[in-house]
Design a binder for this molecule. Structure first.
Ligand code: SMG
Ligand code: MG
Length: 373
């Protein structure tokens, strides 16, 4: 495969409702897509980060810069670029997993399309449908939260995740349990909002039979999670802390978590995501696929991953309507609490030019074969 063109498309899509977490409050998804054109096929990927480094250290403008100056030149210099060769080519550049994931994913998409192979097949999917969970943001009142959860349950979501932060934790969880019963698969996500000194308070969540508490402590607080895990009955799931298969292996060996949320963007791409899946499967650690409010482009690829055998818990991959009035691809719809894994070549979805025209705010060329910068 020869790379002909690499282009970045900045997009802004309004969210159907604001999404508030302990780390950010979003009313739109403002990010960028990467389009890689090769002599065999073209591929797309979606940047997992945001304009501000609030969820992780990476952010959109920084990612664009590192792509342009450090990542794209290393990949376009490869004699025979292929997805499997990207990570090694980019390894001299430290960090920047989300930016690296973008490049590898677009090339993987192109490669799969060139071989007329669905990404799901390439990754080793064993199912055609994936149970859909939904992540519910922090609201102003408990009444508002209950209304929102009730709406999602009516639509058929099989698991509810509540965002929590100090001052919005035990009471909203109690209210949701009381209203919807013990059978509801319920979990919480703190996005690093607590510290180990909050352990006693967090024990207050144990009585609600939560499936898991996601990332209660800081991204770099592995020791804190190890200690907290000894104090809580609720299983700890790590999200922000796991950026590689090696970190996953360490967290499992040290007892820092009993579950892992795999987000391909956070860990540098689908190939590393699959390695984390494999390590977890070997250790009997359940995994599920996290989300970054992706449009249909990133969500289709996440569905392919979530179809692997170790993804035994419902993922944060919801229907298009949970995020956007209009998606960039054909809409993903919930069917009996599940989403279908696309089965066309590559990610199996195509960008709708009319929709892209409405939500793209700028396009920048990062590379064109034969021309110098
Ligand atoms: O894509 O449905 C989705 C959002 C899922 O809650 C979600 N993501 O920490 O897991 C998480 C958050 C990160 C995004 S908000 C900054
Ligand atoms: Mg999370």
């Amino acid at each position: 495969m020869k790379i002909e063109l690499i282009e970045l498309v900045e997009i802004r899509l309004p969210l159907v409702r604001p999404f508030r977490t302990s780390c950010a409050s979003d009313t739109e998804r403002h990010t960028f897509l990467l389009r890689v054109v090769t002599d065999a096929a073209e591929g797309w990927a979606e940047f997992g980060g945001d304009p501000e480094p609030l969820y992780s250290a990476e952010f959109a403008v920084g990612a664009e810069r590192v792509l342009l100056d450090h990542l794209v030149p290393r990949v376009t210099a490869l004699h025979r670029p292929s997805a499997a060769r990207i990570a090694a080519a980019l390894s001299p550049v430290k960090g920047h997993h989300m930016a690296k994931a973008l490049l590898e994913t677009a090339i993987l998409d192109a490669e799969c399309r060139a071989h007329a192979m669905p990404l799901a097949t390439y990754l080793g999917a064993v199912r055609d449908r994936v149970p859909a969970g939904v992540s519910v943001g922090i609201t102003d009142t408990i009444a508002e939260l209950l209304k929102s959860v009730s709406g999602y349950l009516e639509q058929g979501y099989v698991r509810i995740k509540l965002k929590i932060e100090p001052g919005w934790d035990v009471e909203p969880v109690r209210a949701v349990r009381r209203e919807f019963g013990d059978e509801l698969a319920l979990q919480v996500d703190a996005n690093t909002a607590y510290s180990l000194t909050d352990a006693e308070h967090l024990r207050g969540l144990d009585e609600f039979g939560l499936v898991q508490i996601e990332q209660p402590l800081g991204e770099d607080d592995l020791r804190g999670h190890i200690e907290l895990a000894k104090l809580l009955r609720t299983p700890i799931c790590l999200d922000e802390s796991i950026r590689s298969a090696r970190e996953a292996a360490a967290a499992i060996a040290l007892g820092a978590c009993r579950i892992i949320n795999i987000k391909p963007s956070r860990v540098g791409g689908y190939l590393e995501a699959r390695r984390i899946h494999d390590i977890c499967a070997a250790h009997g650690i359940p995994v599920w696929c996290g989300g970054m409010l992706e449009t249909g482009i990133g969500r289709a690829q996440n569905l392919a991953l979530a179809a692997l055998p170790g993804f035994v818990l419902p993922s944060d991959i919801s229907a298009s309507s949970r995020y956007y009035a209009e998606d960039l691809t054909d809409a993903f719809e919930l069917d009996n609490g599940c989403l279908s894994v696309p089965d066309g070549p590559g990610s199996g979805v195509t960008v709708r030019p009319a929709a892209l025209g409405r939500y793209a705010v700028s396009t920048r060329k990062l590379y064109k074969r034969g021309s110098t910068r």
